[in-house]
Design a protein around this ligand. Structure first.
Ligand code: IMP
Length: 193
């Protein structure tokens, strides 16, 4: 069994990611390594932030490790909130306030195309860096709909669907989501090694 460190403090994410990796991998999170400090994310891009987090962990433990970063990129807002998605309306990371801010900024705007993008940065046991990406194209709705999911799910309608992400079951969302696609690309790479 191979051991991998996932640079997250979020146990839910750990469980989700373990389900993609299967039983051939033992996954450890930051708490398992005794890392309790919040890792800096100051790079200004999803790729930079994911690498910054993975490098921080690699320097600490010198084991194969990976980190992810996700953002909602809205074309009419020049790719915002992007890397600032979690704190778009302020440091409280309030999803309702974030969605209100997006809807306010897009008021009267007909161009509503957007995408979720996840970047995974993987550093192997020799220190080599690899990037994987997953994206899902879609559009920002006029108002929130649906009660599932989290974050911007109620205002994001994936391309080819008539429902928002928040109206899809987790299983449905996982067939097309940015994070699932990035994880599949990463897993395919690991399986070929
Ligand atoms: P993180 O990099 O996974 O922590 O994601 C950053 C922010 O993007 C989150 O705080 C959410 O606001 C938003 N986000 C990430 N993934 C999703 C998703 O699947 N649905 C809705 N919002 C998301």
């Amino acid at each position: 069994m191979k051991t991998l460190v996932f640079a997250t403090a979020n146990r839910h994410k750990l469980i989700e990611v373990q389900s993609f990796l299967g039983e051939g991998f033992a996954l450890h999170c930051l708490a398992d390594l005794g890392i309790t400090a919040e890792i800096p994310e100051t790079a200004g891009t999803l790729e930079g932030n994911a690498l910054q987090k993975a490098r921080y962990v690699y320097e600490h433990c010198h084991q194969a490790c990976f980190a992810d970063d996700t953002g909602l990129e809205i074309d009419a807002l020049d790719g915002q909130p992007g890397v600032y998605s979690a704190r778009y309306a302020g440091p409280a990371k309030d999803s309702q306030a974030n969605m209100r801010k997006v809807l306010e900024e897009l008021k009267g705007c007909r161009e509503r195309s957007a995408r979720f993008r996840t970047v995974i940065a993987y550093i192997d046991h020799e220190g080599a860096e690899h990037l994987f990406e997953g994206r899902v194209e879609g559009a920002i709705l006029e108002a929130p709909v649906g009660g599932q999911g989290f974050g911007y799910d109620p205002i994001f309608q994936p391309e080819g669907y008539t429902q928002s992400f928040a109206q899809l079951s987790l299983a449905e969302k996982n067939t097309i989501s940015h994070r699932a696609r990035a994880m599949r690309a990463f897993c395919t790479y690991l399986e070929r090694l």
